[in-house]
Design a protein around this ligand. Structure first.
Ligand code: SF4
Length: 461
């Protein structure tokens, strides 16, 4: 029910002498924020063994499962559905046969031409068990022409359009693959007796590994216990790193585009203070994703930062709340204001984004009832006007508040005393790479590749 864009997925891959499944399990915990609908692990010990389950990692996997998943190579996945519905058939990793051996795959992203490729693969004789684009990628890779993985990956990259960061489990090791646009992140680390691939570097930290580097867009890297090697690299004339990873998705302790996300977010807050200054007594952030930006706003403006809202991290997934009163209860279950701090203060409230605008009015109301004198809302993302087609479940265009209302109308809707969004130009000043290397389509409508605007996430059902 919270009005942020929905996380996409997290992937890991581990090669190690012992306990690969356990290490992958721990690494996966660091990626729980990227998906809470299902989770799973796969290992190889002469054959592929997979365990998947619905819900959080702690609900989907348990100790006996991990004991049974033997082998030196393991991949894992946390899922939020961006293609296909929330059901166990769509949980990952998934596997299929390549000639006489099985492979398994975990996927983060969204492939926009999956439907037509699936039809073609059906004509080749492939059968599909799920309604996700990830199975299309798996079958395409497994059946691609080519004498080795490099040739198969080249074929796959020439056919797929969209976003895909993959870990692929084979009998000989694990392949990490990042699409040529580089939309979703994937990074490489060293652990004591092997290597790790993960969506975010915080997963490497969690198991005591050492971050080596991000996988390049269009690169495929092969890891075993002893070595890592780039086995394929595609020319990438155009890059489209998702700028929203920096704003919201990635954890602040991850490194993205060679910069700690916490630092990037502080810069966003500072830029917001430059673009939208205001007189106020304190700056607070909506926890957790906007805290770093609130600190940045405070440092730039000189207005003291303080905590003002406490988040209950144990609420878990919540059901759809049908009316206003219950929505308010839903916000209260998750956020509680520090009344003594807020009372009679004029406050700057920094938040990461407004998508549909369904909960922001309740957050403003919560602060108002806690005694805030003035509420100046500052948003780290520019107005979201276009849906995402690259692995984020955002909303349709008709549901996006900023696509249908002016800034003044939005301010009236959320009942803030003032409202300021970070500009696209300002945002691009804060991220580490040049602006032409990022996707900013949800703000500008300029998609890196042509898309069908109102594509349903259920179009493979
Ligand atoms: S449209 Fe937005 S959320 Fe989607 S990939 Fe581009 S920047 Fe990221």
């Amino acid at each position: 029910m919270f009005d942020s864009p929905k996380e996409e997925c997290g992937v890991v891959g581990i090669t190690t002498a012992t306990d690969a499944s356990r290490l992958a399990f721990f690494a996966l915990y660091a990626l729980q924020h990227r998906g809470q609908e299902s989770a799973g692990l796969a290992t190889y010990n002469g054959k592929i063994n997979i365990k998947t389950g619905m819900g959080l990692i702690s609900q989907a996997l348990n100790e006996p499962d991990i004991e049974l998943l033997e082998g030196s190579y393991a991949i894992g996945h946390t899922r939020y559905s961006t293609s296909g519905s929330t059901k166990i058939e769509n949980a990952q990793p998934i596997k299929c046969l390549v000639e006489t051996d099985e492979i398994a795959l975990s996927h983060n992203g969204n492939v926009i031409n999956a439907k037509s490729i699936r039809e073609e693969l059906r004509e080749w004789g492939c059968e599909f068990k799920s309604s996700s684009d990830s199975e299309v990628i798996l079958q395409l890779l497994a059946n691609a022409p080519g004498k080795d993985w490099a040739e198969k990956i080249n074929y796959m990259m020439n056919r797929l359009q969209g976003a895909y960061s993959l870990t692929v489990l084979t009998k000989d090791g694990i392949i990490g693959i990042r699409d040529p646009l580089g939309v979703r992140p994937l990074c490489l680390g060293k652990i004591e007796d092997g290597y790790i691939l993960a969506s975010e570097s915080c997963a490497i930290d969690h198991i005591g590994g050492e971050f080596i580097r991000e996988i390049d867009p269009g690169e495929a890297i092969f890891i075993t216990k002893d070595k890592m090697k780039t086995i394929f690299k595609k020319e990438t004339p155009k890059l489209a790193n998702c700028v929203f990873e920096n704003i919201y998705f990635a954890r602040p302790d991850s490194i993205l585009d060679e910069q700690l996300v916490y630092i990037t977010r502080k810069k966003m807050g500072a830029q917001l203070a430059i673009e939208h200054p205001v007189e106020a007594d304190i700056v607070i952030g909506v926890p957790d994703s906007a805290i770093a930006a609130a600190v940045g706003y405070s440092e730039e403006s000189g207005i003291p930062f303080t905590e003002g809202l406490v988040k209950n991290r144990y609420v878990g997934r919540t059901f759809i709340l049908p009316d206003q009163r219950l929505r308010e209860v839903g916000v209260r279950r998750k956020l509680n204001p520090l009344k003594e701090i807020i009372k009679d203060k004029s406050i700057v409230v920094v938040d990461d984004s407004i998508v549909r605008g369904t909960t922001t009015p309740f957050v403003v109301d919560l602060l108002r009832k806690a005694g805030a004198k003035k509420i100046h809302l500052r948003i780290c993302a520019p107005p979201i006007k276009w849906p995402c087609h690259f692995g984020v479940d955002m909303a349709t265009r008709s549901e996006l508040l900023a696509a249908n209302k002016s800034i003044d109308e939005i301010q009236n809707h959320i009942k803030a005393d003032s409202l300021g969004y970070l500009s696209v130009e300002g945002l691009m000043k804060t991220v580490p790479k040049p602006s032409n290397e990022y996707c900013d389509a949800c703000f500008t409508g300029k998609y890196p590749i042509p898309v069908q605007l109102e594509m349903s996430k259920f179009n493979l059902e």
